[in-house]
Design a protein around this ligand. Structure first.
Ligand code: AMP
Ligand code: MG
Length: 520
């Protein structure tokens, strides 16, 4: 970058993963797109990064985040990885349309720590295979908004800083236009990065990768920790993070859609937003990816698939760990870790102290929803409001009626409700996992406090497919106001948003006709 064009941001740049060398990452340049324009910039993330408010208007920033102009001090690269896709070894994949610009070191006192900056859709790379290296507007807009929606929900995710559009044509099923998302994360490393070097018997590279992760990314293990222990410690950390992530996805009804090992983050982040969906009507067998004919990645399969993927990771780390029982023991800790995290999340959704009894109640509530595919988000939010507004009698608590209408006013529902109220009354140990109120915890007020805490875990708004679809249609017509509305709404998903009922309501009937596949 020319000095005259230096955006002068209060960040310093360096090679992040790229510094491991050419076996890991290939220096590469983006292929420029014509007539770039900002569609949206994420001021909240910019603030978290410690950027000044006019950061995006600084000289050259559009070229950096749209056309991958190199940052001072860092070399753009595409990284190599391999992976299992739909349960089958797919061999080498790699950043086919992602370009890693570099790693930012934050200003003093910034809480975020070093962050990798990556562009998605910046053109062909050595790993593009048959692809064009591009991303279309619709998928880029979905990734941009959904990563911020996940962050708003408190779920670990890569984040997106900007959405840039170009009139450049990209062919999918039909001609579309190109867009580039800039993504930010401490690391974009995937299970597939580890699998790549293991599959080629490049044990020294595998060790180098593990050392990099251990030293730079989350374990901060002393350099003297032997290789075997490092690899096992990393596997253990990835298992723990993935178990927690799965519980968080399941708790909000998030379906990823393509849980191939190359889309699984080593840091336990939600990564690679493709045909994902927040479920509307609750259906445990829901398949959001129209290319997933077998339902491998159906909603209820996600925790199991995560474990399958972790086995691939464990297998790939074997040359370093060299201890099958120790590896299997770590992998087997996934299920109890997931179960504990799920119980904790589900009970928080119900406003109950975690217990097997409360968990069963939560699972029965989900069964009630599944009978008529009642809206997942609305039902849990209504339950929270019903508990908050509990007057001491069912007749006078209007939200319980609304909920009954959603799930079917029958004996099963009545029975569930009686059990639930009894548990709430008897559960005197309850303490909010999220401090929502300082109300006293006895009698009706105890319900009020519980309801408030439930409202901090049961969102009023999630990034539903049809909301994305409307924003996409408007953006294609040149109107970006819907993107801004959603960005603001989804960053505070636990507020009520009383003037925005069309965003918090169940999806309209036409939403069911939206078909999203891997093609993006
Ligand atoms: P995905 O299914 O999006 O996770 O992508 C799987 C692999 O295909 C990754 O290596 C991607 O980089 C690559 N890929 C996906 N779309 C494209 C594209 N349009 N051009 C080049 N590579 C792509
Ligand atoms: Mg991917």
């Amino acid at each position: 970058m020319d000095a005259a064009d230096n955006p002068g941001l209060p960040l310093t740049w360096r090679d992040g993963y790229a510094r491991l060398g050419p076996r890991f990452a290939t220096p590469w340049q983006a292929t420029p797109l014509p007539d770039l324009r900002w569609l949206s910039v994420n001021h909240r993330l910019a603030q978290d990064l410690g950027l000044p408010s006019d950061w995006w208007q600084r000289p050259g920033m559009l070229e950096v985040l749209g056309n991958g102009r190199p940052l001072p001090g860092a070399t753009p690269v595409a990284t190599v990885y391999s992976g299992h896709q739909f349960g089958v070894w797919a061999g080498q994949l790699g950043d086919g349309r992602a370009l890693l610009l570099g790693e930012s070191c934050p200003p003093a006192g910034n809480a975020m720590g070093p962050q990798e900056w990556q562009l998605k859709g910046a053109g062909r790379t050595p790993y593009s295979r048959m692809g064009d290296g591009r991303a279309v507007l619709r998928s880029s807009l979905r990734e941009y908004l959904c990563s911020e929606a996940m962050h708003g929900l408190g779920i670990p995710t890569t984040r997106a800083l900007s959405l840039v559009a170009s009139p450049g044509v990209v062919y999918r099923e039909e001609a579309e236009t190109a867009a580039v998302v800039s993504r930010i994360a401490p690391s974009f490393l995937r299970f597939g990065h580890v699998e790549h070097f293991a599959s080629r018997d490049m044990t020294d590279a595998l060790q180098q990768l593990v050392d990099y992760i251990a030293e730079q990314k989350f374990l901060q293990l002393p350099a003297t920790t032997p290789g075997r222990e490092r690899a096992l410690a990393i596997l253990d950390a990835v298992v723990a993070r993935t178990a927690s992530l799965m519980a968080q996805w399941q708790a909000v009804g998030f379906c990823h859609g393509v849980m191939n090992t190359d889309n699984m983050s080593l840091l336990g982040l939600t990564l690679d937003y493709g045909p994902f969906q927040f479920m509307d009507g609750y259906d445990p067998g829901h398949i959001c990816n129209h290319s997933d004919h077998q339902g491998r990645y159906a909603f209820q399969q996600q925790p199991q698939v995560a474990l399958w993927n972790l086995y691939c990771l464990g297998q790939a780390l074997m040359p370093l760990i060299d201890d099958v029982p120790a590896t299997v023991a770590v992998l087997d800790s996934f299920t109890p870790r997931y179960e504990a995290a799920w119980q904790q999340r589900l009970c928080a959704k119900l406003g109950c102290t975690p217990s097997a009894q409360a968990q069963a109640l939560g699972e029965d509530f989900l069964r009630l929803l599944a009978r008529q595919q009642a809206d997942h988000t609305v039902a849990w939010r209504n339950l929270s409001n019903a508990v908050r507004d509990w007057s001491g009698s069912l007749e006078d608590t209007h939200e319980f009626h609304t909920l009954g209408e959603m799930v079917g006013q029958d004996a099963t529902w009545q029975d569930w409700l009686d059990r639930y109220l009894l548990v709430l009354i008897q559960d005197t140990d309850w303490k909010p996992s999220v401090q929502a109120t300082n109300q006293t915890t006895s009698g009706v007020l105890a319900f009020h406090a519980r309801g408030q805490a439930m409202r901090q875990v049961n969102p009023s708004v999630v990034f539903r497919n049809h909301l994305g679809e409307i924003a996409i249609r408007r953006a294609r017509e040149g109107d970006t106001t819907e993107i801004e509305t959603l960005l603001s709404l989804l960053s505070s998903p636990f507020d009520d948003h009383p003037d925005m009922t069309s965003y918090t309501a169940p999806a309209p009937a036409w939403a069911q006709s939206i078909a999203i596949s891997c093609s993006s």
